[in-house]
Design a protein around this ligand. Sequence first.
Ligand SMILES: [Zn+2]
Length: 335
Amino acid sequence: MKINKKYALANNEGSSHIASRNFIIAHSTATPNGEAWAVAHNMKSTINSAETYVQFIVDDKSIYQVGEPGYDAWGAGSPANSMSPVQIELCEFDDKKRAIKAYQNYIELIRQMADKYGITKELDTSSKKGVKTHNWVVKNGYSNTNHVDPYQYLPKIGISKSQFAHYVKYGFSKTSKPKEKKKEVKKSVTVDVHPVVKWDVARVFVVTNKKGCNLYSDESLTKPIRTLANSSTWKVITENNGALKLGKDQFVDGRAGFTKSNPIAFNSKLGGRVKIIKKGTHALYEPKANSKKAYSLEYGKIYRFKGRNGRFLFLENSYKGKQVCVTGNNAYIIL
Ligand SMILES: [Zn+2]
């Protein structure tokens, strides 16, 4: 959306201090039905008396700039003003349609400015960086004012704190809510369906839950200990009453991911693919630790093998007419 600079401050007006890039501060005007141009005009015309302004004021139809982005504005008190290159006011409307449209423009501008100044699009977290409401900077000791905006207003138009945080983070897609959610899941699930495991690991569990999955201390899955990260791979020891046991007093709900079995652990005649997981790995002439080295195997590269002797995996390609192998300590099976 185009930014209207009709009421932008002149060079000799407002602060000339370059703000640190900690916050994008989100306000709402607390002036029911006041349009962006009117709020901007008011800020500009009273700059020397009220000494109150922000960079942008957003309504359903327009964005007006008052303060110069990148510099302090005088909207959130001290020291918040000097930590925020952009502060944005949302215009408040009784008309639901106008209110929602303005809110969408507000979200878009917040996200755009956060990206521009390298500020994370996390709302009101405990971090010293991110998108912050005026309410948050007050509550967390970054302001000498006592405002609670925009939370005195957002609930009136049906927006909860968590919804606000969600839209700041993910944006306001034109599509309906459920569709947008689906898209998110798709985007984040880049879990490799071919986990890489040591030859003797019989079975693994790979977390596919976007937010990770709970690790429990009990097999009835009632006492969470910590979270296992999305796409992380874990050795499965056994299954107790439907819970996957990953270690002593460590269980997960199998629905939080997928499990894959490794027949190589049981059947030494089977072949497959291995990935070299250690630098300086060599193909060996004999399946033993002190064997003569044949040639060097590339770290990270994938080789085919055709059966094993203990932990030694026989490579499919022979070398100078001789069969060669690699130790399963340095080459992991691709499931
Ligand atoms: Zn405010």
